[in-house]
Design a protein around this ligand. Structure first.
Ligand code: PLP
Length: 378
């Protein structure tokens, strides 16, 4: 039996055809018609007028901070429960991440803690240079509260929507809530270009500047003229063709991810000690990965034992993100207690959620979880 992976790339015939068409056109460069079209089509899907195609989501976060003028001596608020890239980008510009805990309702940046931190920072006389909210596992953060808070203090909001392409909040697409939104097309994300990302904003000048900074900040003259230091962060035209093809099936992919979540929730309802990531009624998540919480006393196994058991059955699963305040690489980042993130890391497990999973695959996963020996009784 083949191994069931967490979220492998899911390609179809259109992907192959559009990639080969781009190849045959000889636009094998970080410029070309598929890049322009991908940016246009993507902007339409996320309901934001401007988009810049990049080599990764991390590059998008780095550029977002550069565009907002964040630099050495600045602080940037980041949730501690996220992938390292969110905070790594802060360190790239010489700023310091301030790590805040999540709320249980969405697993995202806790708006009460954000309010406290902003009030305390205002009192100290030095506000953070930016707030990065993350839409974890494809569920939007509480923007009803986070957006007004950032506006009240005049702190720009960046939305890390790397996992949330196709999600909505109050009917509005994920990625559209900050001054800048960032997406990832890494191999395990909702759509993939093998590696890639997108920066979006309502501010066309900002996005034009992002494209320029992503192309070594080269000025529009024939000789190579550079008035500031940029990066080599543009997406290749070949990969943009792949992205365009993937974007066409985005609604199907998200629908399938939501079906997978609903299937797991139904099938595991009677297994003791298994809970699901809560769904905030204000939004519709992508369900990028279905995440469960394992109560070791009720279930009989802790999260790690269950993960190893699934591994033995040929099923890949992963702990929920290890909080950033527990990462040695960020040991000097400021973080008050983060009991929610600690709790979610201790109990949280991400189940295989690839949009190409078959009913038989899903049956194997729930069978393996349901078939867990209850050694409390043996
Ligand atoms: C994947 C991911 C990123 C980084 O995207 P890359 O394209 O891999 O650089 C950033 N933030 C979050 C929350 C992610 O899941």
């Amino acid at each position: 039996m083949s191994r069931i992976l967490l979220s492998p790339p899911h390609m179809g015939d259109i992907e192959r055809q559009m990639l080969l068409d781009a190849f045959d056109s000889n636009w094998i460069a970080p410029v070309g018609p598929d890049i322009d079209a991908f940016e246009r089509e993507f902007a339409e899907v996320v309901g934001v007028p401007h988009a810049a195609a990049l080599s990764s989501g991390t590059a998008g976060l780095h550029l977002a901070l550069r565009l907002l003028g964040v630099g050495p001596g600045d602080e940037v608020i980041v949730p501690t429960l996220t992938f390292i890239a969110t905070a790594a980008a802060v360190t790239y510009v010489g700023a310091k991440p301030v790590l805040l805990d999540s709320e249980l309702a969405t697993w995202n940046l806790d708006p009460d803690l954000l309010a406290e931190e902003l009030a305390a920072a205002a009192k100290r006389g030095k506000l953070p240079a930016a707030v990065i909210a993350v839409d974890l596992y494809g569920q939007c953060a509480d923007y009803d509260r986070i957006v007004p808070l950032c506006e009240e203090y005049g702190v720009p909001l960046i939305e890390d929507a790397a996992e949330a392409l196709g999600a909505t909040y109050r009917g509005r697409p994920a990625g559209s809530f900050g001054r800048i939104g960032v997406f990832s097309f890494n191999g395990n994300k909702i759509i993939t270009t093998s590696g890639g990302g997108m920066l979006v904003s309502r501010d066309g000048d900002l996005v034009a500047r992002a494209r320029n900074l992503a192309s070594q900040a080269r000025m529009p003259v024939v000789h190579y003229q550079h008035e500031e230091i940029g990066y080599n962060y543009r997406l290749s035209n070949l990969l943009a063709a792949l992205g365009r093809a993937q974007l066409r099936s985005l609604p199907d992919r998200v629908r399938r991810k939501r079906e997978i979540f609903a299937f797991y929730r139904g099938a595991l309802a009677d297994v003791p000690g298994i809970d699901f990531m809560p769904i905030d009624p204000a939004g519709e998540p992508t369900c990028w990965l279905t995440c469960i919480l394992v109560d070791p006393d009720e279930h009989g196994m802790d999260r790690e034992k269950l993960r190893l058991h699934l591994d033995d059955e040929g099923i890949e699963s992963r702990p929920v993100w290890k909080p950033l305040h527990r990462q040695p690489a960020l040991a000097d980042a400021r973080c008050e207690a983060a009991p929610v993130a600690e709790h979610l890391f201790a109990r949280g497990l991400c189940l295989p959620s690839g949009s190409s999973m078959t009913p038989a695959d899903l049956g194997r996963v729930v069978g393996a979880i349901g078939a867990v020996p209850k050694w409390k009784t043996c």
